[in-house]
Ligand binder design. Sequence first.
Ligand SMILES: [Zn+2]
Length: 332
Amino acid sequence: MNQPFTHGGAAPYTSAASGAVPIVYHPEYVTPLPDGHRFPMPKFSKVYELLQAEGVASPESTYSPEAADANLLACVHTPAYVESFLSGTLEAKALRRIGLPWSEGLTRRTRRAVGGTLLTARLALEHGIACNAAGGTHHAHPGFGSGFCIFNDIAVAARTLVDEGSVTRILVIDLDVHQGDGTAAAFAGDPRVFTFSMHCESNFPFRKTAGDHDVGLPDGIRDAEYLALLDAELPALLEQVQPELVMYDAGVDVFAGDRLGRLQLSLEGIYERDLYVLRECRRRGIAVAGVIGGGYDHDLDALAHRHCMLHRAAAMQAHAMQARNLPTQLQR
Ligand SMILES: [Zn+2]
């Protein structure tokens, strides 16, 4: 296999614009935070810059999202919460639970990222795979934000698509190290969206919200064990749920060196995980919208490199599908 894990090597996934995986990005994904804040905000632009440098993203394959408005957000969130956050009147206690200081820039950032995941999902339905350079704010509940998550991009995108009838059945595959409690809460009682979360059981949120299928992992597990557990769950779930679209949260806080994770996956393990999820979906003809999810490291370049595994795996998978289809195209 080629080595997509290192900087500077030949990129096997560099492809012409025609076969490139759509990448969704907007400069507003980044807004300044106070010095020393523990949320790694600049990672979003670093991810996109790295994808460009590697040829995974190009101007032709980059899509710019609209900002989600209050109406769109209200398909998941309570109008009172949406209104108070957007207007800067959310009470201090509720803001502390989010863990980010309010600013106009932050409202623009969060609205743009939600719009980004919705666009990513639409592009996935059109192209098979698409990835956001942000997204995965899965701790945002309908009536409150939590754990750096304000509005739930995965939930807003999924609810919008089923409400408008673009798809009838969606599977959320949440492999961030933290449980997708907000997404689970959003779809309790909505059978159109099935929520699957595989996470570190002892990690945040300490009070879990039951989703449709939750797998809590013990601390410290490594690549082989993790991938075997995923393989024991995912194919059966895809057969059971029969989704037309998968929303994939590819959080990299499962990484061994992550500041907030408690698992021990390697970089190669993360790439294998992402490629496995994409392959299992695509071989069944299921569209996949990928979002980057959580990842925490003081070294932002290393962190961006880790998050890019999703987009690299997506490019690799799209390339493999294209190669397989080539003989049919040549016959025409
Ligand atoms: Zn996380």
